[in-house]
Design a binder for this molecule. Sequence first.
Ligand code: EPZ
Length: 413
Amino acid sequence: MAKFIIRGGNQLSGTLEVKGSKNAVLPILCATLLAEGEYILHNVPNLRDIETMNKVLQALGITVEKIDNHSYKIINDGVKSVEAPHEFVSIMRASFLVMGPLLASQKEARVSLPGGCAIGARPVNYHLEGFKKLGAKITMDHGYVGAKASKLVGTEINLPFPSVGATENIVMASVLAEGKTVIKNVAKEPEITDLCNFLNKMGSKITGLDTDTLEVEGVKELHACEHKIIPDRLEAGTFIIMSAITGGKIRVDGADLNHLSGFLEKLEEIGVKVNQYGEIKVGELKPVDIVTEPYPGFPTDLQAQTMVLLSMVDGKSTVHETVFENRFMHIMELNRLGCNIDAHGQVATILGKVNLCGAKVEATDIRAGASLILASVIAENTTEINEIKYIERGYEDLENRLKAVGVDIVRVE
Ligand code: EPZ
């Protein structure tokens, strides 16, 4: 298994360029199932998850061609299968996002039910309820979810929770439905807006972007288009913290700071400021209380990384995780590096300021792994991070990019 060996303590400086958003491109790749034609996608990050999604599309009969380091041509000359194989869904839950577009364009879909993962059970009941309300018949057999509809008819759907995946799947299922679909209590993450912009470029009629309610006027047919993926706010947030804990000499370039308002407000409260050029200024650091929330609140995907920053602050901070039921797997690993974090239920208490010292640790999920990298960069001696396959799902070519700003990092197979 691949691992990172990182020797901490180096003075870091330079610029880290933010790549395209993993969580924007994954649903957009699924949307190419909605219409035949040749799509061009720019600013696509080179990540394991993208490779997996491309394999899912190829299994459905779509051709995926890389045209340069971060651009792809996607050719849909007819969907050949409506079944997403278990082998791909089991390694990447986002594969479940093919269900909505397959239902819309093929009136049928069969997708392996995603299992849970380290951060929680992560059911898909909201997705399936939405499909049923649009007129689909849902079946379950041998661990696969089947969906069939003679036609899909627009309706009103109220999401019990602003689920990112459910919002994306239901929007993609509704764009070719008869009549109007009103979806209430939707997720408002920038990745949803990027997907809706992409769908509207394809000829969809979606309004209410960036609000709690999306309205989708069903259309008869859609067409291919060209699109540039938005920057990855979660990679940007991770790098901003790396800069803040190492003296602020790393500039983070290419982020859309409007996508990080909830995070940046909390960072200012801690004593870290980020200007429009991505330059980071570190003042006197203060402990804070954080509650993770759906966008535009403090993102659950940055709480693990922020715990490393809070470990460098004198005093007691807390993080209340409200989105996932089990997203504290990184705490035990961070404590092995010298952090002093205690979790009771959904609330973690972080005591600082601590000195970190290298150790052997293991990544349990993508953002937990990112937090271990942040801690190892400031820990004395050497840290060995195992299971980096999780990290490489969401961060492109970290070894070379971090080396370029002075991190002593080696990737070992
Ligand atoms: C997306 O996951 C992201 N993944 C996650 O990022 C992110 O953490 C999450 O949204 C929250 O922002 C992608 O976009 C590919 P949800 P998703 O549906 O869609 C419950 C990363 O780090 N729920 O908003 O799976 C669910 O259990 C990944 O890149 C149901 O109960 O998240 C969870 O507690 C990790 N039933 C909560 O809602 C459902 O049908 C939020 O889940 C759907 C969700």
